[in-house]
Design a binder for this molecule. Structure first.
Ligand code: R5P
Length: 296
């Protein structure tokens, strides 16, 4: 795809700017007005070219889903014939099964909803655990799920060359594996059990010939929300004698005081990508997204 215009909202302007520069396309703003009763009014540029990229990540998902449901059809009415959604963080991907009978499988429903709005969707490290590809839940929409694992791995390898990469749960194997193989770093994953939003237990991996004591551990995961997963993993590593514990995540949600609590466990550095705008963002996903858009 050769996009002609990138549309972005004010809160994602920094990534929008970097992406527009990488693509060498103009960047224009979608303006938002929130009415006193909570309704939303959006204003797009009045005449759009045929090939438009819309940047909208879904951190704070519920408000942003409504923005997308208004912005995408509005963009088509204003001239966009090919509309690609760049959604760096896709929310609702973790509920990929009915854990209890009657639970809605949000992943399928939200992904299906987005598939009906756009021609193609590009995202970073969506939480795909029980499905192999987004295509399974987004019929009729071209999808690209990119990973920031190599970029984060590169950042880590330059700063902590002797890092031991640890994923805080089994699902993180895809990210520590990719980063570890790309940059020659040893990796392993913990075993996690979640009993509630803030109640998580993490058991360290047993690593034949690879002790945690004295090692510079870097915990890698796709998303930090309450931060509990990382806190428990960090505590366990420090109790096991790790020389240092750093954290590298793709999506820094860090709700409430999660980041402060994580730091209070003794974690040294917290790094994330700019897929979600956050103070810990150290690695830009703009070049990754730009390359994927060109190849789409
Ligand atoms: C789930 O398996 C994800 O990969 C993350 O580990 C999890 O969502 C993190 O959530 P929290 O920060 O709330 O523990």
């Amino acid at each position: 795809m050769t996009p002609e215009l990138l549309l972005a909202f004010d809160d994602e302007w920094a990534l929008g700017r970097a992406l527009a520069d990488a693509l060498r396309v103009p960047l224009q703003r979608i303006e938002r007005h929130r009415f006193p009763d909570g309704e939303l009014k959006l204003r797009l540029p009045p005449a759009l070219p045929a090939r438009v990229v819309l940047l909208r990540g879904l951190h704070q998902p519920n408000d942003k889903l409504v923005e997308l449901l208004i912005a995408a059809p509005a963009a088509r009415e204003l001239g966009a014939r090919e509309l690609v959604l760049v959604c760096p963080y896709m929310a609702y991907m973790r509920q990929d099964i009915a854990f209890v009978p009657g639970e809605a499988v949000s992943q399928r429903h939200i992904a299906g909803l987005l598939a009906r709005q756009v021609d193609a969707l590009l995202t970073i490290d969506p939480h795909l655990h029980r499905i192999a590809s987004l295509d399974e839940v987004m019929p009729g929409c071209r999808t690209r799920a990119l990973t920031a694992a190599r970029l984060l791995g590169e950042w880590v390898a330059e700063r902590v060359p002797d890092a031991l990469l640890i994923g805080p749960d089994e699902e993180a194997l895809q990210w520590v594996g990719e980063a570890g193989r790309a940059h020659g770093l040893p990796h392993a994953v913990c075993h996690k059990q979640r009993f509630g939003d803030h109640d998580v237990r993490v058991v360290l991996p047993s690593l034949p010939g690879l002790a945690i004591a004295g090692r510079a551990v870097v915990l890698m995961d796709d998303v930090a929300s309450t931060g509990r997963t990382l806190m428990e993993a960090a505590r366990a590593c420090l109790e096991a004698g790790a020389a240092s514990v750093d954290v590298a995540v793709t999506h820094a949600l860090f709700v409430g005081d999660a980041l402060a609590q994580l730091r209070a466990t003794g974690v040294r550095h917290v790094w994330s990508t700019d897929a979600v705008p956050h103070e810990t963002a150290a690695v830009s996903v703009a070049p990754l997204i730009a390359a994927a858009l060109r190849a789409l």
